[in-house]
Design a protein around this ligand. Structure first.
Ligand code: GLU
Length: 481
C-alpha cells in the first residue's frame, strides 16, 4: 500500500469560516491516523476572485488549530506551466480542443437555451472545426475545452457516498485552460493531485458533481485517480446554508473571542464524524487514534455555536490553574478598559483566576466578568437592592460591617465567613441580604464569584474603601435620609 497522502486545497477567494476548516481537519486526521502526509495547496488560479489576506487567514487558522502540513503550501499560480503542459498534451492527443467562441456568442447561446428550456451548456461548435477552419482564428487566443465523450457513463465508488454514476451526455465540454493561460479548477486540481501523489481526496460534498469530470481528465491524461471521499454538508442551526451570517464565525474570530484551539478541533471533528453514539470529548491524540472514514456519516451536520461554547467551557476547566491564569492574563490585558493600569500584576490575576475558571465559557468573557477586581472604583447602585432592604438599613448595616471588617486581622475566606455570618444575625438580617449588600458595594453587581473568596482576593484595603464609598453614595444620593 502506498503511503497515504491527503491535501487541503482552499481557494483564497474569501476568509473561510470554521465549517470550511472541517475539510482541513478531516484530511489532517485521516493522514495522521494512517501515518501519512498532509499537503497544503492554495488554489489561487481565479485571479479575479482573489481576496487580499485570505491566504494569511488560512495559514493562520491551520497553525492556530495545530493542523500543521508536511508539505507546501504550494501555490497553483506558481505552477502554471504544469497545467499548460497537460492541456497541450490533451489537445495533441485529441482529448481537448481550442475554442474561439466569443463571450458574446456564449451569452447568446445561453439565452437561447434558457428560452427553449434546454439545460445550458456549450454547443461544441469549435470541437468539429478542421485545421483550416481553425486557421481563420489566427490571432485570437482560444480557451481549451475538454472533449467529453458523447455517450457512455462515468462510474465510481465514493468512500462515503458509495456508488455514483453520471451519463456523459449530461456533461458539456468544459473549459480546462482559459485564454489568459490560467487553468480552471478541474484541470489544476487533477494535475496537482497527480503530481503531488495524493492518494485520498477528502472534500466537501459540493464537489461530488465535479468528480466525473475529474475522472475523465485522469483517464485522458493517463493518470490513475485517487480515492474520493466527499464529506457531508454542514448546515446552519436553522438547517439553511451555513455562512458567517448564519452562525459560523471565522477561525480568527473564534480565537479573538477566547475559544481554545483544542475545543474548536474537538467540535469540528464532530461535524459529520462520530466514534460512537455517545462520546463527545476527544483530545487530539484520541481523535487521531479513532478517526476513520467509516465514522463519517452521510447526513448533514449542523453547526451549533452554542455547543462549541459549552465545549470550550469544559476545556477551560481542564486547564491547570497556572495555564488558565496565563491565558486569563493575556485576555485581560487585551480587553480590560484602558483606565486599568498596565502592566497587570500576574500574581493578582493568578488569585482571580480560580474564582472564575469554573464559570467561564470563553476567555473573551473574562474582562467583563472580572473588571471589578481591577477597576479603582465600582459603581454602587442601591436601587438594585431597594426591594429587599430599606436604604436606612443599608446604611447602618454597611457602617457596622465596615467597623467589624476594619478590626479583622486576617482577611481570608474563613475568617470573613466567621465574622459575617453571625454579624447578619446580630443585625437581624438574613445572611443572604447582608451578603448581597456587601457584594453590591464591593463589586457593583448583584452576581459575582463567591463573596468571601472575592473579598479575600480584593484585599482588606480595597474592600474597606469600597464600603466607605457605598456609604457615601447612599448619603449623597438620598439627602432626606
Ligand atoms: N479549491 C477548492 C475549494 O476551495 C478545492 C476543492 C477540492 O478539494 O478539490 O474548495
Amino acid at each position: 500500500m502506498p503511503k497515504v497522502r491527503t491535501r487541503y486545497a482552499p481557494s483564497p477567494t474569501g476568509f473561510p469560516h470554521a465549517g470550511n476548516i472541517r475539510t482541513a481537519l478531516f484530511n489532517w486526521l485521516f493522514a495522521r491516523s494512517q501515518g501519512g502526509d498532509f499537503i497544503l495547496r492554495i488554489e489561487d488560479t481565479d485571479i479575479q476572485r482573489r481576496v487580499e489576506g485570505a491566504v494569511e487567514d488560512i495559514l493562520g487558522s491551520l497553525s492556530w488549530l495545530n493542523l500543521l502540513w508536511d508539505e507546501g503550501p504550494y501555490f497553483q499560480s506558481e505552477r502554471l506551466s504544469y497545467y499548460q503542459e497537460a492541456a497541450r498534451k490533451l489537445v495533441e492527443e485529441g482529448h481537448a480542443y481550442p475554442c474561439y467562441c466569443s463571450p458574446q456568442r456564449l451569452k447568446e447561446l445561453r439565452e437561447e437555451q434558457v428560452k427553449r428550456r434546454e439545460p445550458p451548456g456549450y454547443d461544441r461548435r469549435c470541437r468539429y472545426y478542421s485545421w483550416e477552419e481553425r486557421g481563420k482564428f489566427e490571432g485570437t487566443t482560444p480557451v481549451i475545452r475538454f472533449k467529453v465523450p458523447l455517450s457512455g457513463e462515468i462510474q465510481f465508488r465514493d468512500l462515503i457516498y458509495g456508488e455514483v454514476s453520471l451519463k456523459c451526455d449530461t456533461i458539456d465540454d468544459f473549459i480546462i485552460l482559459k485564454s489568459d493561460g490560467y487553468p480552471t479548477y478541474h484541470l489544476a486540481s487533477v494535475v496537482d493531485d497527480h503530481l503531488m501523489g495524493i492518494t485520498h481526496v477528502l472534500r466537501a460534498e459540493e464537489w461530488l458533481s465535479s468528480t466525473p469530470r475529474h475522472l475523465l481528465l485522469y483517464e485522458a491524461l493517463g493518470y490513475s485517480p485517487p480515492a474520493f471521499a466527499h464529506l457531508p454538508m454542514i448546515l446552519s442551526p436553522d438547517k439553511g446554508k451555513l455562512s458567517k451570517r448564519t452562525g459560523a464565525p471565522g477561525v480568527a474570530e473564534l480565537w479573538r473571542k477566547g475559544y481554545l484551539p483544542e475545543a474548536v478541533v474537538n467540535f469540528l471533528a464532530l461535524l459529520g464524524w462520530a466514534f460512537d453514539d455517545k462520546t463527545e470529548i476527544f483530545s487530539m491524540d484520541e481523535l487521531i487514534a479513532r478517526f476513520s472514514l467509516e465514522g463519517v456519516s452521510l447526513n448533514p451536520a449542523v453547526f451549533n455555536l452554542q455547543k462549541l461554547t459549552w465545549m470550550n467551557g469544559l476545556y477551560l476547566r481542564k486547564k491547570s490553574p497556572e495555564e488558565f491564569a496565563r491565558l486569563l492574563l493575556s485576555f485581560l490585558d487585551r480587553d480590560l478598559s484602558s483606565s486599568v493600569r498596565r502592566p497587570l500584576d500576574p500574581d493578582y490575576v493568578a488569585q482571580v483566576a480560580p474564582l472564575i475558571q469554573e464559570r467561564m465559557r470563553t476567555l473573551g468573557e473574562a474582562a467583563e466578568a472580572t473588571s471589578f477586581f481591577f477597576m479603582l472604583e465600582v459603581n454602587f447602585d442601591p436601587s438594585l437592592l431597594k426591594k429587599s432592604l430599606p436604604l436606612l438599613k443599608m446604611q447602618t448595616t454597611l457602617k457596622v460591617a465596615l467597623e467589624n471588617l476594619e478590626l479583622l486581622s486576617s482577611f481570608d475566606t474563613s475568617s470573613l465567613e466567621k465574622l459575617l455570618r453571625p454579624l447578619a444575625e446580630s443585625l437581624n438580617l438574613k445572611a443572604g441580604d447582608l451578603f448581597q449588600l456587601l457584594r453590591l458595594a464591593l463589586t457593583g453587581r448583584t452576581a459575582s464569584p463567591p463573596l468571601f473568596q472575592t473579598m479575600e482576593v480584593l484585599g482588606k484595603e480595597r474592600c474597606l474603601h469600597r464600603i466607605e464609598r457605598a456609604i457615601m453614595t447612599i448619603e449623597q444620593n438620598v439627602p432626606s435620609l
